[in-house]
Each structure stands twice: as C-alpha cells, then as structure tokens.
Design a protein around this ligand. Structure first.
Ligand code: PMP
Length: 429
C-alpha cells in the first residue's frame, strides 16, 4: 500500500505535535508503521492522503454510530452554523438534548453538558465527593475513564497499549484516593468497602468494559456493585461514554436493569462533535453550581453545533428497528470471524457485546485486565498490519473495541471477513 504522503505528514507532524498526534493511540505505537492521515469519511469508509480507502471499524472511537458524514447530521450542522457557532449563553437546543437523554435513560433526571468524556467523569467524581463528603473512589484495573489525574491509575486504552499503568505527573496524594479492584470481582470490592467503610465516595465502572478490549460483566456483578454502594452510602457511577446509545438506546443500564446514581456520557450524544455529559438523580445533580456549591463550568459547554449533531443522531437512533439492524450486522461479523477461527491451528477469543467486538489473541477466557493482558500483542500487531494492507481499518491496539456502525453493509462485513481469513491464514503459516 502506498503511504508516501502520510509518511511525509507524519514526519512533519512529529516536529510540531508530540508523537505527531493529539491522542496517543493514533500514533500506531502498539502495532508499528505509519498511521494513514485521513482526509475524508463517508458511510463506513475513510479515505487517506494517498487516496487509499478503508472500511472503518474505529468510527472515531465510537461517536459515529451512523457512519461518517450522515446526511441528516451534516445538513443540521450546516444550518446551525449559519446561526452562530457559540454564544456562552443558554439555548433551547440544550433542553432538547437533555430531554431526549432523560427519556432514553430514566436514571438521568438532570444532566450537565461538558466537552469530553474526560470532563464528564472528572466532574461526576467531584460531585460524588461533594455529595458524600468522602474522598476515595473505586475503579477497576483496565478501566479507562479519561485522563483526569486520579483516574490514570491502572487504566486501559492507550495506557494499556503503551504499558503505562500510571502516568508521571499525577501526585501520589491523588492516586492514594483511587482504589483499584479487578474487573468482575465482587469479592475485591467487598473487601475494599470493609476496609474503608466510611471513606469511599463512589465506585466508577464501564458497565461493559471496552478499554481492555471488550469484557462484559459477569452475571450479577453490576447488581453486586449496586447493592454494595447502597449499603455503604457510596454512589454508583456508570461510565457509559462508549456504551450509552450504543449497546441499546438506553445504554447498558437499561439492558441489565441497573439504576446508577450518576451516569457519564460522551461520544454518540455529540454526533461526532466534542461533547460529554454527566447526569443522574435530581437531589445529587442539584449539588452543582449555580444551585449548589460544587463547581464546574465550561466556555463551550452545550455548544450549539454539538447539541445539534447529538439531537440529529439520537433522532435517527430512536427509530424502530435500528438497534436490531446494528445487532444483525455485528453478529454477522462475529459469526464470520468465528468460522474462520474454527479452521485455524491456534485458538482465539472473540468477545462481542452488541456492536463492540474484540478478537483477543489468547485461547483463555478473558474476564478482567489480567486475563486480557495475556493476549499475544505481537501477533495482534501482525494481524492489524495484514488487515490495513487489505483496506480494513481495525483499532490499532489489542486492548480496544471495534465499532460497527449502521453504515456498515453486508458487503462490507463479507469483505472484512475475507480479509480476516487471509490475515489469519497468513499468521498460521
Ligand atoms: N470513559 C470511557 C469509557 C472512554 O472510553 C473514554 C474515551 N474513550 C473516556 C471516558 C474519555 O473520553 P474522552 O476521550 O472524550 O475524554
């Protein structure tokens, strides 16, 4: 594949931007090679600076559930931009999107919009601490909740890829308030609550983990967390930045019937523009300024273009049959890969939850970060390169999910499965 222009751009970018990227995973460190510089996206496809075309399974890491440049979203943004790009004053658009979110996710009685998932989790934790008067939080190894200081402890996503479980620059005193348990271990969380019965403000979790690769919760695990947090007076925060409006319109919480105290959202609710949100029980949310004393603000928060893109995206998603269609496409992909894998002389683990999927290069079951980390990342890197050369843009790390969109056609899936067959047969030899 010709990546000459991307190579030039990558070299130039590295002179001005650390690593040439604005988010580490984009630099392809875990898989090697030059990241294609993207110039355009349409439906399930992206196009790079050398004219290569790829079927995209990253979809901007989740926001583009409708695919790239969905005509309704693009048209609505065009109209909104004519009216002005930001006001720093309230707009009706914020009410519209807040109502749509609250209708979809009943545990969210009130919501506050921010600009990223990082801001959403950071603010939700501040609120949980303000509400409970406690300092400690519990997170799970391999869980990624953005890059706020206290959350960069045993994190997934880019941290897992770069083997940086913790980041320099995070004061020890912050990290001390972050307690870490293995994902899917009720026992470990119980022990933490027994040890710190009056100190834990909140448990924060990706209800279906997607930043150590896709790892669903064991049956009853989320119920256990709900029970334990209630028992000890701590809040349960579901980080549905990836899963909200993806695994179902109402997120994981409506699939499992769990009512959290607070929920974090991002990605899909911004329709491809920068957005995050946190919301939950009215009594807790009214602790936020200007009603209550917990402070949080943002110059561009509730941005009219982002609200517009989010509203249009949710309108499409709320039509009948949409999630069934996405499930069918995603199941096809899983079945296709499973068929290929069954004929290999080595075993792989395919983990799928709705339109999130990871092929783990390990034969053992993956239930937490420790078992995910057993995967053969070298082999994954080769697999990735084989796919890229065939025009399939897979996430450039073993510890990420693929995102299938509504724009992915049967033909796309067929083509992808054939490429995977080629890639894996090649690895076998
Ligand atoms: N929470 C989860 C579960 C995420 O996957 C991410 C990012 N992928 C974040 C929070 C942070 O979101 P952002 O990158 O928008 O800051």
């Amino acid at each position: 594949m010709n990546l000459r222009r991307s190579q030039e751009l990558f070299e130039e970018a590295q002179r001005y931007i650390p690593g040439g990227v604005d988010s580490p995973v984009r630099a392809f460190k875990a898989v090697g090679g030059t990241p294609p510089f993207i110039v355009r996206g349409q439906g399930s496809r992206i196009f790079d600076a050398d004219g290569n075309e790829f079927i995209d399974y990253v979809c901007s890491w989740g926001p583009l559930i409708l695919g790239h440049s969905h005509p309704k979203v693009v048209e609505a943004i065009k109209q909104a931009v004519e009216r002005g790009t930001t006001f720093g004053a309230p707009t009706e658009l914020e009410i519209t999107l807040a109502k749509m979110i609250s209708a979809a996710i009943p545990s969210i009685e009130m919501v506050r919009f921010v600009n990223s998932g990082t801001e959403a989790t950071m603010s939700a934790l501040r609120l949980a601490r303000g509400f409970t008067g406690r300092d400690k939080i519990v997170k799970f190894a391999g869980g990624y909740h953005g890059h706020a200081d206290g959350l960069l402890v045993k994190g997934g996503s880019g941290l897992a890829t770069l083997s940086l479980p913790n980041s320099p620059g995070v004061p020890e005193s912050y990290a001390q308030n972050t307690l870490v348990a293995p994902y899917n271990s009720t026992e470990a969380v119980t022990q933490l609550f027994r040890h710190y019965p009056k100190d834990i403000a909140a448990v924060i979790i990706e209800p279906v983990a997607a930043n150590m690769g896709v790892v669903p919760p064991k049956p009853g695990f989320l119920d256990d967390l709900r029970r334990l947090t209630s028992e000890y007076g701590a809040l349960l925060i579901l980080d549905e930045v990836i899963t909200g409006f993806r695994v179902a319109y109402g997120g994981v919480q409506t699939v499992y019937g769990i009512t959290p105290d607070l929920t974090c959202l991002g990605k899909i609710i911004g329709g491809g523009l920068p957005v995050g949100a946190y919301g939950g029980k009215r009594e807790i949310m009214e602790m936020m300024a200007p009603v209550g004393p917990v402070y949080q603000a943002g110059t561009l928060s509730g941005n009219p273009l982002a609200m517009t893109a989010g509203i249009e995206t949710l309108k499409v998603l709320n039509q009948p049959g949409v999630y069934e269609r996405l499930e069918k496409t995603s199941a096809r992909l899983e079945e296709g890969i499973a068929k290929v894998v069954s004929s290999l002389n080595f075993k792989l683990n395919i983990s799928r939850f709705a339109s999130l999927l990871t092929v783990f290069f390990t034969a053992e079951p993956v239930v937490d970060y420790e078992s995910a980390a057993q995967a053969n990342t070298k082999l994954f890197g080769k697999f990735f390169q084989q796919l890229l050369a065939q025009g399939i843009y897979w996430p450039p790390s073993q510890f990420e999910a693929t995102f299938t969109s509504l724009a992915h056609s049967e033909e796309d899936i067929q083509c992808t499965v054939e490429a995977i067959d080629m890639a894996l047969s090649h690895l076998q030899n």
